[in-house]
Every structure is written in C-alpha cells, then in structure tokens.
Design a protein around this ligand. Sequence first.
Ligand code: 3H9
Length: 682
Amino acid sequence: MDSAGTDKTVKFARDGNIAILTVDNPPVNAGSPQVKADLTEAVARCLDTAGLTAVVLVGAGGTFIAGADLKEFENRTVPPVLPDLLKRMDAAAIPFICAIDGSALGGGFEVALGCDYRLATATATVGLPEVTLGIVPGAGGTQRLPRLTGMPTAIELIVSGHHVPAPEALRLGMIDRVVEGDLLQAALAFARELPPRRRLLQETVPPAAEAEIAAAEQAVLRKAKRNPAATEAARLVRLSAQTSAEEALAEERAVFTRLRLSNEARALRHLFFAERKSGRISGVSGRSERQIRKVGIIGSGTMGAGIAIAAARAGYDVTVVERDADSARQGTQRIAQIAGEQGPALEVRSDMALLADVDLIVEAAFEDMGVKKELFARLDAIARPGAIIASNTSYLDVNVLARCTSRPGDVLGLHFFSPAHIMKLIEIVRTDLVTPDTLKAGLGFAKTLGKIPIIAGVCDGFVGNRIFAVYRNQCSFMMEDGTLPDRIDQALQKFGWAMGPFAVSDLVGLDIDWAGRKRRAPTRHPQARYVAVADRLCEEGNFGRKTGKGWYVYDNGKSTGLNPDVPGYLEAERKAKDLPRIDRDDDAIALRALASLVNEACLTIEDGIAQRASDIDVAFTRGYGFPRDRGGPMFAADLIGADKVLADVEQLVAENGVGWRVSNLLRETVAAGKRLADIGAA
Ligand code: 3H9
C-alpha cells in the first residue's frame, strides 16, 4: 500500500488498482473548506491516475463525515464547493465506494450519495439533518435520496432530519450493505469485484401515489412548526420527480444559500453548539472514577415514575421504593401506565433497605424540606460508602440536604423536568461541598439517559425556575396593567412560545404556585408589587385544567375560552390600587416578557448560579417552550437588539418598583457592544 500527502486532511493511498481516500479532520471529520479542497484534489488525482479500477472513500478516527463544518457557516463560501466535487465524481469512469463508520450526516451523507455504493458498519448512522439546523441539504441530498428510497420516505427522512441507524438505512435502501468485521477490508473486497457504476442522478425516482406523498409530507411538516426549511425541503424533494436533475440541483443550492444565513438557521446553529457546551464545567473534565450500574429511586409519583422509566430504558438496573405497601402498589401501576406497552415493567417496593447496594439514589419524594431532611439522614445510614445521593427537588436548598448526611461531597441535585422520561433538560445542581467526581458522575448519568444537562448553583428555583418565575410575574403585571391573560398568551404564542404563561399555569395547576407564594409570603417586601387575582381563583377552588376552571374554562380538558370571572377580578384590583392603564400591542408584550427573562438571566449569571448565557438558551428552549428558531432568550435579545431590550428592562424596573433592579452585567455587556448570548462563553 503506498501513501502520500500526510499533511493533508484527505490522505491518498493505494491498494493495487484501488485508491483509498481517507478523510482525517478530528474530531468528526467535518467538511471544512480545507477538507473540501483536499478531497477535490484527491479525487482529481484518482481521475488522473491511470490503471485505477475503483476508489474507496473512508473516514479516520472511527467516523465518516459529520457534515459541513458548522463553525464556518458565518463565513463566505470559498470554492471548491461540494456540488462541483460530486459532479466530477459523477463524470468519472470508475466507481466510488463509500465505507461508513460512525456518522455520515448532512454533507457527509451527500458525499456518500455521490458515490456508487455505500457500505457501513452496524453501528454507523446516516442521514440528512440539515432541516434541524434551519437549512436544506446543499449538495444534492434532496435529489439523490428519493431515487434510493422513494419520495415519501425521502420527505420523511429529510424533513425530520432523523439520524438513521445502519440496519434501518439498509432496509430503506440508503446503504447497500452492513459490514461485520473490518470495514476497509470489506470495502476493498467489494471494489475488487469490479461492481458496475451506479450514478443515482441517472436513475428515476420510484413512482409513488400522490396520497402517499401528501400523507408523509403532512405528518412531518406538522411536527416541524415554525421552520421554513421544512416546507422548502419537502418542495425540493418533490422536484426530483418533476424536473431535470440539473434544474432541481440548482434550485436546491439556491434555497440552501438563502437559508444558510437566515436568523432561524443562525439560532439553530447557536443552540447546536450551546447544547454541546452546556454540560461543561470549567476546571472539571474527564469521566468519573465511579461506575453507575444500579440506580435507586425514592418516590413513584409522576416525577419518580418518569425518572425510573428513563433510567431503566437507558439500561440501568433500577430499584424504586415507596414509603408503604399501598403507595408501592399505586406506583407500580403508575409506571405501567406511563411506560405503556414499550415498558419497562418495574415493581415498586416498600423497603428502603433495598437501596443498600445501589450506586446512585435519586430522591423524588414530596417537595417538603422536613420530609426530605429526614430521608437524607436515613439514606446516609443505608447507602453504601461511595454511593451518590441526589435530590430531584425543583427549588429546595440542596446544601441543607447535603449537610443532613455524613458525605456532603457525594450529594448533588438532579432536577428533571416533567415528564422526566421525555423532557431532555436536566439541571445538575452543584452544592457547596460536592466533589468534582460526583459532578462528573451526575453528568455521565445524565448523558447516558440522553439528557441535555446544564449546571446550576443552589438558589430558589435554580436556573430555569428562578428565571421563569420572574417572567411569569412580569406577565401577571402586564395583566394588571390592563391586558387580559388570553391576549398575553396569544401574543407570546405568536412570538413562538409553545404556550402562554397563563395556559401553562392552568396545565401545571394553580395550587402549585399558590403554595409557593404562601411559602414566600413572610419574606416578601410589604411594598413589593403583588397581583392577587391568582390567589382569588385558588381560594374559590379553581386550580386550572384539573378542576375545569382556572384562567380559562375547560370542557373535557379542552379550553373553551377565558374564565368570565377574570376581567371583573382584574378591574376590581386595578380600581383598588388606582393603577394607570398601559395598553400593549403584541410586540410590546413579547418584548417585555423577553426583557424580564434576559435581566433575570443576567442576574443569575452575576450571582454565580448559571455558568453562561448559552446555558439559559438551552434551558428555555428545552424545558420551557421558548421558540428554538429564536435560539433562546439571550440569542433572541441579540437579534432584536440588546440595547432595545435593556431600555425595556430599565422601564420595567421603574414600573415594578421595590425588589427590581437592572443587572450590571446586562448594562456592561450592552455598553461594551458585546453579544448577550456570549456571556460566560470561554
Ligand atoms: C450540512 O452538512 C449542510 C450540507 O448539506 C451542505 C453541503 C454543501 N461542524 O456532538 P458531539 C463538533 S449541515 C462543526 O459532542 P457526539 C462538536 O461541536 C451539517 N463541528 O459528539 C464537538 O466539538 P467540541 C449536518 C461539529 O459523538 C465535537 O464535534 N450535520 C460538527 O455526541 C463532537 O460532537 C449535522 O447536523 C459539525 N458539523 O455526536 C451533524 N459536528 O468537542 C452534527 C460535530 O469542540 N453533528 N461537531 O464541543 C452531530 O449530530 C453530532 O456531533 C455527531 C457526534 C452525531 C456527529
């Protein structure tokens, strides 16, 4: 085997008459301008070399190509571009065989589609996830894939952006063979058989009934709300059967180029990198020395059941315990009901001693400090040395719980979001005395569960709920200023929120917040602005959806409109306080809501509770229904104009009075002309 060009990101080597091109650009062989240039040069060399019978394309480091380099997207495109390379490969006389290990995604899979044959290891994944990044494939993906899978499947795959595991890809026709054993040797053996050329663009798209295409389209487009790339991608796939490949490719490229620098695509790229950064703690790196295999969960209410299901599905050996036999029976039923046919079936037990040999305990008992303190003291006596004890509390002081044990270094918070087996967000709560190894173990556990972690310090509500509480409070002030709750909900949904705050309160239950307000009442400043309408609803037993009435009225769980009592309650309150009326249009409502989030987010970073602004963007898009296409509150504020948001914060603080202040960090960042979303980014 001869080899050359070792300083290149694409290495050329030969095995007899077969050329081997190895893409080597760690960590994921992303298609940077250098990779594209080197690949173009290496392909040209193959085409200029006499006597070659085939080219095998492979990736170094256990992966093929994870797609275009997303870090380069803000820069101007420099030639050579991928479509031109694929055109050259199409015109070649010899076949290209792609050997896929790890990921072949986006532009990486488009290179694979530009080859004649695709072989993959059983653990490889392939796909075109561009739509999830607010763009469409830019190098023929929308034209070549339907020729392999048919149009309905291609629409489904491209619009959803699904990463397809090799066995499924084989079934769908996306790859030709799944390889057991040495991938390169298998690809070389395949090449030696002199397979005929197979240029996808010369094939026609398999026929499909319009009804089938439309059904596939509707199903995926429904899920891809507020993403213009989704509709464009579906339209482009349809073009594959309507016009020449040349015309369709030109249209695909034009759409790709237009969407690449759209605000939605920028926002989604920001979140892509933010989600990769959010689990990092400065000064803490590497894996925990502790192995977690057995997980114990205390409590089988909605949260405990969801956590148990998530852990069991991730392969942990799970033990769930309850305080007595009756609760255990109910818990077993609850888990069966939530997990459904997919399972797992878990039997909840009523014996705490069963937790003696587990590696990690997650306490998901009733949110009461007294109950939890007692539990932590008991757990300290039961858990084996070295076991980690975590609380799923959403606001209680985990430092206090840690001090109830003789091993505060092994205690942390793992705040799941409901439903815990579905929601991706998790807050890893860093107590004062927690050891780096415990944090690493908590992060490792979260990652195995497929969660996206952010790190939070200890305070009431940690990062997410602390900021969300301020936002909700601000929305109730806007209501008291004269805008009815349904109008506020509508304005925020128009901005892109999954639900408005009043609809969320009804869903969660007004009693939950009521308990919180009563708990905080003794420490509330007597002059602090306070809206009492929610208390009135609660006093009348109207707790939202579950009682059929809250901010809205419900019939069989469906809202039939605003609770007719609310306007009267509001007017009475406004009159009693002699408040001036402030009329806000939809934009002003959305801006004020955003301003409240951004200011509290900056205060949370200032206090050392949140690590960085991008973590807050992750938390709000993954846990609170903030629109992903706006990139999270901090990124959205940068797009709207950080100075405009600051001006609204200043007004908000002036209007709200006691207890409200403008974050210095916010002021300084705006004054320095820096991006809010970059605060804390190291
Ligand atoms: C595209 O291709 C458009 C084309 O149609 C255009 C044709 C003209 N760029 O996720 P991980 C980094 S659009 C730059 O932690 P994993 C990542 O930031 C693209 N960097 O590992 C991280 O860096 P760091 C379509 C990238 O094993 C490191 O690699 N492609 C890229 O959990 C490890 O990543 C996609 O959408 C990239 N494209 O998952 C695929 N990808 O360590 C995007 C990764 O400094 N990538 N990095 O933080 C993924 O889905 C996952 O990263 C992957 C690995 C599954 C590959």
